[in-house]
Design a binder for this molecule. Structure first.
Ligand SMILES: Cc1cc2nc3c(=O)[nH]c(=O)nc-3n(C[C@H](O)[C@H](O)[C@H](O)COP(=O)(O)OP(=O)(O)OC[C@H]3O[C@@H](n4cnc5c(N)ncnc54)[C@H](O)[C@@H]3O)c2cc1C
Length: 402
């Protein structure tokens, strides 16, 4: 059930055919069974090797400008690429998501030529993390308290970050720290590139309910960051970080619809061999079929909203509250669909405790996928924050008290 990207013209159809043919020949086959049982080093190496292979075919970062190693393709191609990856059951290099997306976009837009040289490392598999959130600064990120004080040609940094995805594996980090404690809170923040191997950087894993260590806490004690690793100007970090945050949101939009389609297709395949309560094939059970059809309809609707949001972004328009509607609807739908997958699969959906290292929400291990679906209700702006935005900008409700 492949939904075509909006306005798929001959050029886009040719792109789809090329991607499909390449994936048919090159996508690894047994990774989904093996990888969740491998150790972390093996998993990382697998994703690095796969990323290099994708890059050699021009399919890792086709959206990057040519001068940085991409092909400058638009959002429509990115959507097609994600759809075809889903269709082929190909692995997404999730451990590199922040490197290839958030970090790269920030370096390209705001980095100095020296800083932009780090993009070569990204293409070679360097993992980056994003050190923005702190224990007291999440939704209200501008309250962050990590301090960076200029001393000669470096900054001395003290503080703590939390929920740093890939922090455990990261070679580099994007770091927000306060450089002017007396300025209004959005204005005294700077953006740095943090060498995760620098003395004083301590990374502690956070184990999630899924068993993975996707996140880490990062403690910073008298860490020296060379002034050359300040991105842009001092105290301009809040503005620059908007590039990072926008990339986080948009990267999700490119793949979220394909992910839901992948789950639906998986469920249909499984239902052919699962049994309903009356002993007959689940795929012939009328209640199952009705519910599945209702989900298929919702996924289609979500795809249409997604197309409009992507259309806005392609045209250089801010999708505004529509982006919030999409995020809210997607995360709720993902929760409901994975819960339906759990119920439909019965005992078989329950977690295999040996399974780890799986960051995907389309693994087909439904309980894990369901647990992971909750992350989407928090990351990139929690659902409550999205509801605030919808309430104020769409429904015209009074602003929340601050
Ligand atoms: C999968 C995932 C990946 C992440 N990766 C990173 C990363 O790589 N780097 C990084 O820096 N951070 C990362 N985060 C952290 C994420 O940005 C924060 O969790 C998020 O901003 C929420 O902040 P918080 O956890 O401090 O919760 P809080 O902001 O403390 O919120 C607690 C609760 O209060 C609600 N709430 C807060 N403010 C309001 C309000 N104004 N109105 C109504 N309700 C409100 C929230 O919705 C939530 O339910 C990640 C989080 C997740 C889930």
């Amino acid at each position: 059930m492949t939904v075509k990207a909006p306005a798929e013209d001959a050029e886009l159809a040719a792109y789809r055919a090329r991607v499909r043919a390449w994936l048919a020949e090159h996508a690894p086959e047994d990774w989904a069974e093996k990888l969740p049982y491998a150790d972390e080093a093996e998993v990382l190496e697998f994703y690095r090797a796969w990323a290099r292979e994708l890059h050699s075919a021009g399919l890792l970062v086709p959206q990057w400008p040519e001068r940085f190693g991409g092909a400058g393709t638009g959002l429509a191609q990115q959507v097609v690429l994600q759809q075809e990856m889903s269709r082929a059951g190909a692995p997404r290099p999730r451990y590199l998501a922040i490197s290839l997306g958030h970090a790269a976009a920030t370096l390209m837009e705001h980095g100095s030529p020296e800083q932009q040289k780090l993009l070569d490392g990204i293409l070679d598999g360097d993992v980056w993390c994003q050190g923005f959130s702190e224990p007291g600064a999440g939704s209200d990120l501008a309250s962050l308290r990590t301090r960076a004080v200029r001393e000669g040609d470096s900054y001395v940094v003290n503080g703590q970050k939390i929920w740093s995805s890939m922090g455990l594996y990261a070679r580099w980090g994007l770091l927000l720290a306060r450089t002017d404690p007396d300025a209004p809170k959005h204005r005294g923040i700077s953006l740095f590139i943090l060498d995760m191997r620098a003395p004083g950087v301590e990374v502690r894993p956070i184990r999630q309910a899924t068993g993975a260590h996707e996140f880490a806490e990062v403690f910073l004690t008298d860490v020296r960051i060379p002034a050359s690793m300040l991105v842009g100007k001092e105290n301009d970090g809040w503005r620059l970080a908007q590039t990072t945050l926008a990339t986080e949101r948009y990267a999700q939009m490119v793949e979220l619809h394909a992910g839901l389609e992948e789950l639906l297709a998986l469920l249909v395949r499984q239902a052919r061999r699962l049994r309903a309560a009356d002993g007959g094939p689940l795929v012939e059970d009328s209640e199952f079929r009705q519910r599945l059809a209702a989900f298929a309809g919702e996924v289609e609707v979500l795809g249409l909203i997604n197309d409009r949001v992507l259309g806005d972004i392609s045209a250089g328009r801010d999708p505004g509250a529509r982006g919030s509607i999409l995020k809210l609807y997607f995360s709720r739908l993902l929760q409901r669909l994975t819960a339906f997958g759990v119920r439909s699969n019965g005992l078989a959906a329950h977690v295999d405790p040996r399974r780890k290292n799986d960051l995907s929400y389309t693994s087909g291990d439904w309980m894990l996928d369901h647990i992971r679906s909750w992350t989407w209700t928090i990351a990139a702006g929690s659902n409550e924050i999205q509801r605030n935005i919808i309430g104020e900008r769409v429904l015209g409700l009074p602003r929340e008290p601050r």
